[in-house]
Design a protein. Structure first.
Length: 236
């Protein structure tokens, strides 16, 4: 199984939406979002605004379970269009299959018997898809599948937690311990970032808020989030 987080979008917009709900400055929202994320119900609906694109190669049996989740769009390899183009190898399966079975499948490929070939493909046959989903769906998946009997789910949950920018929204704080925080301010840069924010606060204290550079807001939000994670024991 191979999983790679390609891109995510919507974090800043999600925080803006929360700030409107509470009529509060956006810079105070990271810690509030951290609390809301696991309350359930309508409290965590902001997670639907944070989208993630993921490159996944997994077995047919795993995809059949993954397809039960909503709020997902997929673009995939077409078995009909691609499987007859070259012989199969053991690398095309989640685990090795009997050599006799592999030879028979390749004979069907040579004879271009597509329907019979598709009927005989094992559940461990690997398929690649590009998935677009939300943090809310990933949170549901993690809650329901991180201890699942199918080990591919363990791999998926682990890769997602270590691949997204804000894993604290997906897994509860007691189950997400990040020794090497991904896409967050590293501890060694934290104090330096605070000094930059303090300097910027003085430098831009007398100007309209909409003229403050975007990098300043972004750094301020990351510092706020890091402090929230430290307070809750997610990072040391």
């Amino acid at each position: 199984m191979k999983i790679s987080v390609l891109r995510e979008s919507g974090y800043d917009e999600a925080l803006l939406g929360i700030s409107l709900s509470y009529n509060a400055p956006i810079e105070s929202m990271p810690q509030r979002a951290l609390k809301l994320a696991h309350l359930g119900g309508g409290h965590s609906k902001f997670l639907e605004s944070i989208m993630v694109w993921i490159d996944i190669t997994a077995s047919r049996k795993w995809w059949s379970q993954f397809d039960t989740y909503r709020m997902v769009t997929k673009q995939s390899e077409s078995t009909m269009h691609t499987i007859l183009k070259q012989p199969l190898t053991q690398e095309d399966f989640n685990s090795p299959i009997p050599e006799g079975w592999l030879e028979h499948l390749n004979q069907l490929i040579g004879d271009r018997k597509l329907e019979e070939l598709k009927d005989l493909l094992p559940e461990g046959f690997l398929q690649r898809r590009i998935v677009c989903t939300s943090y809310k769906t990933l949170q549901n998946i993690h809650a329901q599948r991180h201890t699942h009997k199918l080990t591919e789910w363990h791999t998926f949950c682990e890769k997602i937690i270590h691949g997204v920018g804000h894993p604290e929204f997906i897994g509860k704080l007691d189950s997400v311990k990040i020794k090497d925080p991904h896409a967050l301010i590293a501890r060694g840069l934290y104090e330096a970032a605070k000094e930059v924010i303090e300097y910027a606060s003085e430098a831009y204290s007398d100007v309209p808020m909409n003229t403050i550079p975007a990098w300043c807001w972004d750094l301020h939000l990351k510092v706020q989030l890091y402090e929230g994670l430290k307070e809750n024991g997610v990072v040391e």
